[in-house]
Design a protein around this ligand. Structure first.
Ligand code: NIG
Ligand code: FE
Length: 411
């Protein structure tokens, strides 16, 4: 099956040879071809270029993209899409003055979601989660990382990871699974933290590795959650079971989580709302991708990741949604890109780089996703007619997407 997309007004994120990530001043450049064509063969990008150089070939299908922008689908490298129920009541409690921490301390927050998850059947969790996955696909996401972390029991964590596996089997979107057993301490382990960590290491990890249920290991490294020492212990164990770390750090406090992640060669360190100069310094010349989650900052009214300072220091930056029931009940990458521009003062070029090529890196998908490169997956967003790609962040509340193509298929 060969599909030709022709007369594309602007084809974005064009890389003749794939680069794994872009950093510092490179982020300001979004390679673009105006008046372009793109050819899809089966599920891959077979060719692209300027309309003047359109080869004469027989095709099965033609899409006329006159007036439209085409770009790679969003790469959302940090989500918690699999969960049960919602936390609407906590949302209203926060409007009435309670903080996220206060709600968590009285048994709400992650423990509230864990209770709901453990009370809900695997089938029902799948049914609820698939609706969210279908929604984000329609919003232009073509690759997504999904975490466990609302089970906090051996059975609950395995149940979540099996749901993620089933979603990956049943949908064309590329999915990476992350084990986040270390998301919070269950109530009955509050006085026996070492006991829960032991359960993660000796019960959960072996079972997960044996059944190949996860690609990465995550820890919520934060005051009141997992200390740096505990985080290191869990990362070490994860690595021994073949899982590279991708960790939650610096959401509310800077306690050394970034340095710990780098020490264990984490693929990414995520959140980064609270950053000091040592944190930024530590990330220089490492393989670890910093990931910002601006819709979490928006929803909780907490600081935004200091993107300008980080890019000025020469660092790369990725953007992701953090889609979860507590801190970010939204999986809209278009809103993430807009919010990064509006609130973090990233340029449209930087934000689109962060949400595509750098997002792919942050979930180990650089070889197949994140840019318009021959041989990569034909996962593309075709916009409605728009004046330029600046519209994507500018018209922040509008849905500008006409078609989403995932691995060659219009969804
Ligand atoms: O990334 N910070 C830790 N975990 C999630 C939120 C979890 C929740 O509130 O359910 C996050 O924001
Ligand atoms: Fe998260």
């Amino acid at each position: 099956m060969i599909t030709l997309i022709k007369n594309i007004k602007e084809l974005l994120q064009v890389r003749e040879t794939s680069v794994p990530k872009v950093s510092g001043t490179e982020m300001a450049v979004l390679p673009t071809i105006k008046n372009a064509f793109l050819i899809i063969k089966d599920n891959l990008i077979a060719d692209f270029g300027s309309m003047e150089n359109l080869p004469e070939i027989e095709v099965d299908k033609v899409i006329n993209a006159a007036g439209r922008v085409v770009l790679p689908t969003w790469c959302d490298s940090h989500t918690h899409i699999v969960y049960a129920g919602n936390r609407e009541q906590e949302f209203v409690d926060r409007i009435n003055g309670f903080t996220y921490e206060e709600i968590a301390n009285r048994g709400g927050g992650i423990l509230n979601s864990a209770k709901k998850l453990n009370e809900t059947s695997e089938e029902e969790i799948y049914e609820q989660s698939k609706l969210r996955l279908e929604e984000v696909m329609r919003l232009g996401t073509g690759a997504v990382e999904i975490k466990s972390g609302y089970g906090l029991t051996v059975e609950g964590e395995l149940k979540m990871l099996r749901v993620i596996k089933k979603l990956a089997q049943n949908y064309p979107i590329s999915i990476k699974a992350t084990f986040l057993g270390a998301h919070a301490f269950p109530t009955h382990y509050k006085e026996n933290k070492a006991g829960y960590i032991d359960e993660i290491i000796t019960k959960m990890l072996p079972e997960i590795a044996q059944n190949k249920l996860a690609d990465y290991v995550d820890v919520f490294c934060e005051s009141g959650y997992f200390s740096v020492e505990e985080t290191e212990k869990i990362m070490q164990a994860g690595i021994e079971f073949g899982l590279k770390p991708k960790i939650h750090v610096n959401q509310f406090n800077s306690i050394g989580g970034i340095q710990a992640g780098i020490k264990f060669n984490a693929l990414s360190v995520d959140h980064l709302e609270i950053m000091n100069s040592e944190d930024i310094e530590a990330l220089k010349n490492t393989e670890t991708m910093p990931v910002a989650l601006p819709s979490c900052s928006y929803f909780l009214s907490i600081p935004y990741t200091p993107a300008r300072e980080m890019i000025k220091a020469g660092l790369p930056l990725a953007l992701a949604t953090d889609f979860n029931p507590g801190s970010t009940p939204s999986g809209n990458m278009n809103f993430v890109v807009a919010t990064a521009c509006i609130k973090m003062k990233m340029t449209p070029e930087e934000a689109i780089n962060a949400a595509t090529i750098n997002g792919a890196y942050a979930m180990g998908l650089s070889d197949t996703h994140g840019s318009i490169t021959k041989g990569k997956k034909a996962s593309l967003i075709v916009t409605k007619p728009i004046s330029s790609y600046y519209q994507i962040p500018y018209a922040f509340g509008s849905n500008l997407i006409e078609d989403v193509i995932i691995e060659g298929e219009i969804i």
